[in-house]
Design a protein around this ligand. Structure first.
Ligand code: AMP
Length: 227
């Protein structure tokens, strides 16, 4: 099963994808995480990608598309995958259709998360991520703080703020790019009949965990354990 997480930055795509992945064992493939791992390891790809990411711009397709195509060749994703952060443009969506089509696969489900803009900005500013690259758990200093400030509950590693979350210009640029370039994917996938839109907002007391629970129930037929 190929699942895509769609939604602006800060809607909780990574959180929802992580919860579904934990329950279903489908691997979560986040292009942002792959880029960040390359940046911290200072690979050539990381150095190049960081020029765009730190400014809030999209990394060009010449870098992003082959990176995703290679990742989709790996054994662990043969049975399915949850793509988190890809595609982000119609061109990328068409490339993904081609890549999947070669293997007789297609996008089965697109989970489109929507959240009011003011909440998104607040969530990006208060987001903290685990620095352990095998953990990468996401926290929020207001909504979901760690038990000990600055320390990951799961693995004890230090938490940090993403560079692009601490730069107000990059935050605005990312939201603008989302509206102009990624939002059209909502229609693209709606026409294919695979779109499921979910509101995530404190105003209706519906958070990522509630969405993940429902998706798991509806598409995988199991109730998620309350942890
Ligand atoms: P994310 O963790 O999904 O918010 O991604 C962080 C940053 O990585 C984005 O702001 C982009 O600069 C870059 N990025 C992630 N996915 C893509 C993509 N599919 N296409 C281009 N750039 C991407």
């Amino acid at each position: 099963m190929v699942i895509i997480m769609l939604g602006a930055q800060g809607t909780g795509k990574g959180t929802v994808a992580g919860l579904i992945s934990e329950e279903t064992k489908l691997p979560q493939v986040s292009t942002g995480d792959i880029f960040r791992a390359n940046i911290s390891e200072q690979t050539e790809l990381g150095k190049e990608a960081n020029k765009y990411i730190s400014q809030g711009n999209l990394v060009p397709d010449e870098i992003t598309v082959p990176m995703v195509a290679n990742r989709l060749q790996e054994d662990d994703v043969k049975k399915g995958v949850i793509l988190d952060g890809f595609p982000r443009t119609i061109e990328q969506a068409q490339k993904l259709d081609e890549i999947l089509g070669k293997e007789g696969k297609k996008v089965d489900l697109v989970i489109n998360l929507t959240t009011p803009r003011e909440e998104l900005i607040d969530r990006m500013i208060t987001r903290r991520v685990c620095t352990n690259k095998d953990c990468k758990t996401t926290y929020n200093t207001k909504l979901h703080p760690p038990k000990v400030e600055g320390i990951c509950d799961k693995c004890g590693s230090p938490l940090k703020q993403r560079e692009d979350d601490s730069n107000p210009e990059a935050i605005n640029k990312r939201l603008e790019i989302y509206e102009n370039q990624t939002q059209p994917l909502v229609d693209y996938y709606n026409e294919k009949g695979v779109l499921r839109t979910e509101i995530v907002s404190t105003s209706i007391n519906r958070m990522g965990k509630d969405v993940a629970d429902d998706i798991i129930k509806v598409f995988f037929g199991t109730e998620q354990k309350n942890t």
